[in-house]
Design a protein around this ligand. Structure first.
Ligand SMILES: Cc1cc2nc3c(=O)[nH]c(=O)nc-3n(C[C@H](O)[C@H](O)[C@H](O)COP(=O)(O)OP(=O)(O)OC[C@H]3O[C@@H](n4cnc5c(N)ncnc54)[C@H](O)[C@@H]3O)c2cc1C
Length: 491
């Protein structure tokens, strides 16, 4: 192992998508960045299905060509059989260039991003675990580390800024801030395995949609099928922990097989395939830390918050939070904004991005539920999980232009979900109309435009334009990555 320095400007804990993205962006701005990763890459990780927004991040990182050359499965969209509804989200309908994305083997993908970070000047040390963090007042100033692989060296490194990208381990939040809260809603269990030679798209789908994410439902929850490269497919089921516990006398592989058998769209896809891995299980409860940033530190990706995997939002949120933090720290270090201002900007922007997805997930789970099964999840999303004012803001961002929602504390989550469910219904109807009614080109164009806006509302990069400014600040990527005041640029 080459020698870990005693000090660095920015220390990043964890080399997943959040850590490697933030580290690369900061190194590209000329800052001194050290990243400590507990494992030696490539290492296995769940979370293979990306969103189209990933392409913008790849461009910013300068890694797009390497990703395109890697041979990952292209993902043209999503096909859902959500209870009695069928729904196709075709990324080809998005305005602009990001009209596809990838299904990735995370071991390869995360490795590629981490190697890219090294090539951009980040000092990366793998097999090195951060063990303890020291603070002066409330500001983290150094960590002690220990070698986990290839030796037993230990040491200490001090820094000006700390980015905690340690994933679900969440060292800052769990060990020091004690501010992680699990949501009452979305207390789910995921069970999954890998298949070879499964079908690459649903059997009943007319047309070419190879590589799309397919989702189907059963009364206890929902299933995914993610076609990966080399004829491999990830197939998983998500169900509420209480339903899982009820079933638990049955073995985990049997619960898994039964779920697939009860979901025709997925069962048909794997009928021709063979399960080639062990069946894995993980609790995937949704949680958020009460604060995502503080003096000299930022919590990125899963280290700050985690959302049910329904919308494949994990890598998006990880890399988006990395971008927000990198822009914030860049501007602080260049003396363009003060630390408190930047921390507030990061906190609000990341929380809003998270909540937009959460409202959307909740409204999905809310659709047509009966009280006794999995789909009553959204009812449990209460003001204990999320501040009413934050939820309201998330919703306003989603349905831009709509104002004056009643923000009475008790009513807000129900109201937001109701409105969001209506939005979903409206979009679903449009999609149906497209097949049944759209006879003219004009009509088709209008529907396509609406669909484009719908995608944008969910996964758009909001704080990246003056119009999406948070407290008067937004991120610019040219000529330098940083934060800009709206009033300054408007002059
Ligand atoms: C069942 C399930 C399905 C999912 N499906 C999807 C999907 O389809 N698409 C999607 O986008 N997301 C999905 N996700 C979410 C996705 O896996 C995560 O959101 C994403 O990996 C978060 O990235 P990250 O960089 O924050 O954390 P991670 O990718 O977890 O990286 C954190 C890194 O920190 C390192 N680390 C931890 N502690 C220390 C320490 N003390 N010192 C040094 N290093 C440390 C770890 O070794 C790890 O490499 C899914 C999640 C689950 C549970």
């Amino acid at each position: 192992m080459s020698i870990i320095p005693n000090s660095t400007q920015i220390l990043v804990i964890g080399g997943g998508p959040a850590g490697s993205t933030a580290a690369t962006l900061l190194a590209r701005q000329g800052f001194n960045v050290t990243l400590l990763e507990r494992d030696v890459f490539p290492r296995y990780h769940i979370g293979e299905s990306l969103l189209p927004s990933a392409l913008q991040i790849f461009d910013l990182l300068g890694v797009r060509e390497k990703i395109e050359a890697q041979g990952f499965q292209r993902k043209p969209g999503v096909y859902l059989q959500w209870r009695s509804e069928q729904w196709t989200l075709n990324f080809g309908e998005i305005n602009g260039n990001d009209t596809y994305t990838f299904q990735v083997d995370r071991a390869q993908f995360d490795h590629l991003l981490l190697e890219h970070a090294k090539s951009e000047g980040v000092q990366v040390f793998e097999g090195v675990e951060v063990r303890n963090i020291s603070f002066i007042n409330d500001r983290p100033t150094s960590v002690t580390w220990g070698q986990k692989v290839g030796g037993d060296e230990t040491g200490k490194i001090s820094f000006d800024f700390l980015l905690d990208a340690s994933g679900r381990a969440g060292i800052m939040s769990n060990r020091y801030l004690h501010n992680r809260r699990e949501h009452n809603a979305f207390q789910n269990i995921a069970i999954w395995g890998y298949w070879k030679d499964a079908k690459r798209q649903p059997a009943n789908f007319e047309g070419d949609f190879e590589g799309a994410l397919t989702m189907g439902t059963i009364p206890e929850g929902w299933l995914w099928a993610i076609p990966l490269a080399n004829g491999k497919t990830s197939v998983g089921v998500v169900m509420h922990k209480s339903l899982y516990k009820e079933k638990r006398p049955t073995s985990i592989p049997d619960i898994y097989s039964e779920a697939i058998a009860n979901c025709p769209v997925i069962a048909e896809m794997v009928a021709s395939g063979e399960l080639v891995s062990k069946v894995q299980v993980e609790q995937d409860y949704s949680y958020t830390a009460d604060n995502f940033s503080g003096p000299g530190y930022y919590l990125l990706g899963d280290a700050a918050c985690f959302l049910d995997p329904l919308l494949s939002s994990g890598v998006h949120l990880a890399t988006y939070s990395a971008l927000l933090a990198a822009a914030s720290i860049s501007s602080i270090l260049r003396g363009e904004v003060d630390q408190e201002q930047a921390a507030t900007f990061f906190e609000k922007s990341y929380r809003q991005a998270y909540l937009r997805f959460m409202v959307f997930v909740a409204s999905f789970y809310d659709k047509n539920h009966t009280t006794k099964n999995f789909f009553s999840e959204a009812e449990k999303l209460t003001c204990h999980d999320v501040k009413a004012s934050d939820l309201k803001q998330a919703f306003l961002n989603l349905v831009s232009g709509k104002e004056d929602l009643d923000d009475a504390q008790d009513a807000i989550s129900g109201l937001v979900l109701k409105e969001m469910s209506q939005k979903l219904e409206e979009n679903l109807r449009l999609r149906k109309d497209k097949h049944l009614l759209a006879t003219s080109r004009e009509q088709n164009e209008k529907i396509t435009e609406k669909n484009g806006q719908f995608f944008e509302a969910i996964e758009g990069f909001f704080s990246l334009s003056a119009a999406g400014a948070v407290d008067g600040l937004y991120v610019v990527t040219e000529p330098k990555l940083g934060l800009v005041q709206v009033s300054v640029t408007a002059q």
